[in-house]
Design a protein around this ligand. Structure first.
Ligand SMILES: [Mg+2]
Length: 319
């Protein structure tokens, strides 16, 4: 469905700002607390906490991140889940969200209602209140930006720093082909991220948004190379499907498509990968794969099918 309408009576122009804000509060329902903990004051107040506080922000932009083929509820889900995935990537727990909209007057009320209702569903599912927001006019289009606040779930917060030569590289789930629909249907790996943060052998973590081949560089310690075994890469069925259309190997899609929103993490090289796999499978059904190791740059490869990663470049913004 298109987010826009030429018929004024069906557009947000028919409501005006004050009525629109009232409607938004109604659409959000129990997902937004009463002021000053929620919408209605100059700021929302969050209770203090001794834990590390995490902040992340991500937009969805019409024609950049979505088009008319995706339903409004899918856009809301994508916006919220992308932010949740960043909190998951550090082993955190989400606390509260605010949303800033910039949109034309031609946005359909019905479309916006579905968008907010999907936000409300996710807010309730993860117990993350939507505590405020802002609405601004822009001549055309629709941009929604969510800022999500979270906190560490354990004594420590996992970051992208900390990997060492010899460490194992793991990924959750299956990779590639997310453009075939699930880029707006994915599940942020919150429980998995929190569990991984509780494991001392896990040293660094991130979520895969731009493609494994590119994102892995952010975890790579200086003076090492990422040695990945081709057969260990968990290639999704969607990547197989994409490969039929693109005439590129499914593996190429798994390494470069991006928007996988799986967790990519590094485990102390002294750990036996099977031990972590076993502990994992007692908690989660989601597949977990040990895909390789960080090795000293010139070390002999432990794999006879080591990938040449220089052939694969993930998605890069602004290029
Ligand atoms: Mg991220």
């Amino acid at each position: 469905m298109s987010p826009f309408t030429r018929q004024r009576s069906q557009s947000i122009a028919a409501l005006g700002e004050i009525k629109l804000i009232n409607e938004i509060q109604r659409w959000l329902g129990t997902a937004t607390p009463k002021a000053p903990a929620g919408i209605g004051d100059d700021c929302a107040i969050l209770a203090g906490s001794p834990k590390d506080q995490l902040v992340t922000v991500d937009p969805v932009i019409y024609r950049e991140h979505f088009d008319d083929t995706i339903p409004a509820r899918g856009i809301g889900a994508k916006l919220f889940n992308r932010n949740l995935s960043d909190i998951a990537a550090m082993g955190g727990r989400p606390r509260a969200a605010v949303i800033a909209l910039a949109m034309s007057k031609e946005v359909k009320i019905e479309w916006l209602r579905d968008f907010y209702r999907s936000l409300a569903n996710i807010a309730r599912r993860h117990r993350v209140p939507i505590v405020g927001g802002d609405i601004a006019h822009q001549p055309t289009g629709f941009t929604a930006t969510m800022t999500l606040i979270g906190e560490s779930s354990h004594q420590r917060t996992l970051t992208r720093q900390g990997a060492k030569a010899g460490d194992w590289i793991f990924t959750t789930g299956k990779l590639g082909g997310s453009r075939l629909n699930w880029h707006w249907k994915f599940t942020p790996r919150l429980a998995e991220g929190q569990w991984l943060a509780s494991r001392p052998e896990v040293r660094a973590m991130m979520d895969i948004s731009d493609g494994l081949a590119k994102d892995l560089i952010s975890l790579q310690p200086k003076g090492t190379r990422a040695a990945l075994s081709e057969q260990m890469i968990p290639v999704s069925r969607s990547a197989d499907q994409m490969s039929k259309e693109s005439n590129k190997p499914a593996l190429f899609h798994a390494l470069t498509d991006g928007e996988d929103y799986e967790l990519l993490f590094v485990v102390n090289g002294r750990t036996k990968p099977e031990m972590l796999q076993q502990a994992w499978s007692r908690h989660f059904k989601l597949p977990l794969a040990c895909i390789g190791r960080f090795l000293k740059a010139k070390a002999v490869s432990p794999f006879d099918d080591e990938l040449d990663l220089s052939k694969y470049h993930g998605f890069e913004h602004l290029r």
